[in-house]
Design a protein around this ligand. Structure first.
Ligand SMILES: [Zn+2]
Length: 315
């Protein structure tokens, strides 16, 4: 028979065992709530690069190419700090330009850039961006600059012309030296002059440009005058031409000059024939199958043959 004392000791032992169990349970619970943290994963170099590339690809990239579209809104960044929208156009006096409002000290400031500008960062704006900036399709001020090339025309295709390589001014990429003249030696005593001209448009081998210097002794060419010029197949420099010459040129084959290789005349063939062969009456339908001419550039000899539709026509 158990005594009261034995029962008390048994209860104390039971309570102690229960206490120990609860303490263990609490300890194991705390282990479950706060597990050992996993080591932090460091992104690999390749992963960082991929992320960066993704971000860069998502943004339209700026470029610095000299060939730019005319009649378009571009985002330009001449100061490399704050790009702003500018519309590209041709100014009859100043050449290819872009105009828009930059923001300085929180205020819009009208900026005019003379293009092409080496190193200028730019990119074409999307129509959505134009709407976001509240830009009109064509700015109202454009009308003051007269007729413009078709919107989207690429300015500067001439930079790639194989026979114009190395001929552009290093600081003014639209400027090059052109032979300007009053005509060849049969027509005028005035000597041709090699003068700087700023291209204002054109393609293929035919361009328009503005004369930048005053000729010293020519009578038909003056400073700031707009002229047309071609890039001859043979000869050292681009050559000024008249509309009359271009109209007649396609009907004649011009053999290279015996001395300088020039494959163009300084005069319209009909003007040369009228002076050199006064008995030939072109008005009455007389024809000259061929004749020789003195080269306007060097006074060498050129053979000129009538060959309708065989000569390469000018654009
Ligand atoms: Zn010659």
């Amino acid at each position: 028979m158990q005594t009261a004392m034995q029962v008390g000791v048994g209860l104390i032992i039971l309570c102690s065992i229960a206490g120990l169990f609860m303490a263990w349970h609490a300890w194991s619970d705390s282990q479950a709530i706060e597990p050992t943290p996993e080591p932090v994963q460091t992104p690999t170099h390749a992963a960082i690069l991929a992320q960066t590339e993704e971000k860069v690809n998502a943004m339209p990239t700026m470029e610095t190419g000299l060939k730019m579209p005319v009649g378009r809104w571009l985002l330009v960044d001449p100061s490399k700090t704050t790009p702003f929208p500018a519309f590209t156009y041709v100014d009859g006096m100043q050449g290819f330009s872009a105009q828009g409002d930059a923001v300085e000290d929180g205020k819009p400031v009208r900026m005019i850039l003379r293009l092409p500008m080496k190193g200028l960062s730019w990119r074409a704006m999307t129509p959505e961006e134009g709407k976001q900036h509240g830009l009109p399709a064509v700015p109202t001020w454009l009308a003051a600059y007269g007729p413009q090339p078709a919107a989207g025309t690429v300015w500067g295709t001439w930079y790639d012309h194989p026979r114009l390589q190395g001929k552009f001014h290093p600081d003014y990429p639209d400027d090059l030296q052109v032979i300007v003249h009053d005509g060849g030696p049969r027509i005028t005593q005035a000597r041709p002059e090699l003068i700087w001209v700023r291209i204002t448009g054109g393609s293929g081998d035919l361009f328009s440009g503005q004369v930048l210097n005053k000729p010293t002794q020519l009578k038909t060419v003056s400073a700031y005058q707009e002229i047309k010029f071609i890039v001859p197949g043979g000869g050292a420099h681009p050559l000024m031409v008249t509309d009359k010459y271009l109209k007649e040129r396609a009907e004649w084959e011009i053999r290279p000059c015996s001395k300088c290789g020039l494959t163009e005349l300084f005069d319209a063939p009909s003007d040369l024939i009228r002076v050199v062969f006064p008995n030939v009456d072109l008005e009455k339908g007389d024809r000259l199958e061929s004749f020789t001419a003195f080269c306007g550039a060097c006074h060498g000899v050129q053979l000129v043959k009538w060959a309708p539709h065989s000569a390469p026509s000018q654009p």
